[in-house]
Ligand binder design. Structure first.
Ligand code: FES
Length: 207
């Protein structure tokens, strides 16, 4: 798990999970760090809180080296768990918005004149509790869902490259015009509202 600088040998990591106990072990069985284990235990504390206990077991007897290795493990895992927590907070926000808006009918959203809209792109718009983004692709205004259909990752700031966005959480790729997966994942972006012109002004209307 913790490679020495310059050591590019591949690692083989085995994950053993005990779901009933809320625990899993990631064991490095080959490559750098072979013989080390990361033992994680999750304890439900409340509906939205989980206690996390992570222990690092390293086959090293030199206390000085152990301290260095332990420091690296802690730094890596603190970052990983912080990133996971941020993802879960965002996912919960998206789910709460969906729950709150399930019973409401999406309404027409007036956007302004075409020039004003084009001059302030990309633009995020919330319609019926879902976030959508208006972007320009090859001169055409395109509206696409700003929430990834995988785990609801945010596509708000995802770059559009070759008409495609990549989710920052797990890198799934989607065509912004069609919503189709660009990497064969079997998922597609939610259908966006339609962009129409009403008396010279652009508006989003339910699909
Ligand atoms: S949330 Fe997993 S790829 Fe978007």
């Amino acid at each position: 798990m913790v490679n020495q600088p310059g050591d590019s040998r591949p690692q083989v990591i085995e994950v053993r999970a005990d779901r009933a106990a809320g625990a899993y072990v990631s064991a490095t069985v080959e490559g750098p760090g072979a013989g080390s284990e990361v033992r994680t235990r999750l304890t439900p504390l409340a509906a939205d809180r989980t206690g996390i206990d992570v222990a690092f077991h390293v086959p090293e007897s030199d206390p000085a080296r152990l301290a260095v290795i332990g420091g690296r493990y802690r730094a890596i895992y603190e970052r990983l768990w912080d990133e996971d927590e941020a993802m879960m907070v965002e996912r919960e926000r998206a789910l709460a918005a969906r729950r709150a808006n399930r019973a409401t009918t999406p309404e027409t959203v007036l956007l302004g004149s075409p020039d004003a809209v084009r001059g302030a792109l990309p633009r995020l718009v919330e319609v019926g509790g879902e976030r959508f983004r208006i972007v320009e692709v090859d001169g055409e205004l395109v509206v696409h869902a700003a929430t990834c259909p995988h785990w609801l990752g945010p596509l708000d700031n995802a770059k559009v490259v070759d008409g495609c966005v990549r989710c920052p959480w797990h890198d799934y790729a989607f065509d912004v015009r069609t919503g189709e997966s660009r990497d064969g994942r079997g998922l597609r972006l939610a259908t966006p509202p339609r962009l129409v012109t009403v008396e010279g002004q652009l508006a989003l209307v339910p699909a």
